[in-house]
Design a protein around this ligand. Structure first.
Ligand code: ADP
Ligand code: MG
Length: 215
């Protein structure tokens, strides 16, 4: 079997599906945020991904490589969204492609490196650690699995397991007190509620999985 590769169109389709996912979950993510934040996470994500979606065709045409497409899309999330999640997810996409400049096709190992760069960018910007009740509680354990299994024979199976771990990571935020973000102010009252960003983040990574199943 020849090695699985992913091109600019793969990332274009993923971004389009993420925009669809965001519309479907707008109210759900907002509900989670109304429990422990200011009730705008779904709205913020929707503002951001509507902007990404509106420019997607143009960006796909003008981007010379995968890096450029992701950067243009991340810049829109960063600039159009008022909440914390815009700059955080924006940084994720802006930095994702930093090691694959000029490439129009990437391998699964490259993809794992991209997720790593993206997650590190979130951590650099937001300064949160594992257990702070943020999106990193989903992303970091999944990333660890991806790095350990990036050369396994079946990328889809690896990503499937990583997404399952991320999903559990989101569940793991329920009993926690928040040490970053708005939910921090609630102290113990944040206990019993899932962090909205941890839920949106595993669901967004799951979009890459769904797209990989079609490659
Ligand atoms: P805001 O908190 O400004 O209203 P959102 O509601 O859109 O923005 O996003 C909230 C989510 O952002 C939280 O659920 C959390 O996962 C994530 N978040 C907030 N601060 C940080 C941080 N410092 N590091 C990582 N993630 C964070
Ligand atoms: Mg909010």
């Amino acid at each position: 079997m020849s090695e699985m590769t992913f091109d600019k169109q793969f990332f274009g389709r993923s971004l389009a599906s993420m925009a669809e996912l965001t519309e479907k979950n707008r109210d759900y993510w907002t509900k989670l945020d109304s429990d422990i934040g200011d009730g705008d996470h779904g709205i913020n994500m929707s503002i951001g991904f509507r902007a990404v979606s509106a420019k997607l065709e143009e960006n796909l045409e003008n981007a010379e490589d995968i890096t450029s497409l992701l950067k243009k899309s991340g810049m829109l999330l960063l600039s159009k969204v008022g909440g914390a999640s815009g700059p955080l997810y924006g940084s994720f996409f802006i930095k994702m492609g930093k090691d694959i400049t000029g490439q129009t096709e990437i391998t699964f190992s490259d993809f794992v490196g991209m997720i790593k760069n993206g997650v590190e960018a979130i951590q650099f910007r937001g300064k949160a650690e594992l257990g702070d009740k943020t999106m990193l509680d989903a992303l970091l354990p999944g990333l660890e699995y991806l790095e350990a299994h990036q050369t396994d024979s079946n990328p889809v199976v690896v990503l499937e397991e990583a997404v399952a771990i991320m999903r559990q990571g989101a569940e793991s935020t329920i009993p926690l007190i928040a040490k970053k973000g708005r939910a921090m102010r609630l102290g113990e009252r944040a206990i019993g509620h899932k962090d909205p960003g941890s839920e949106s983040s595993w669901m967004l990574i799951n979009v890459f999985l769904e797209e990989m199943k079609t490659v």
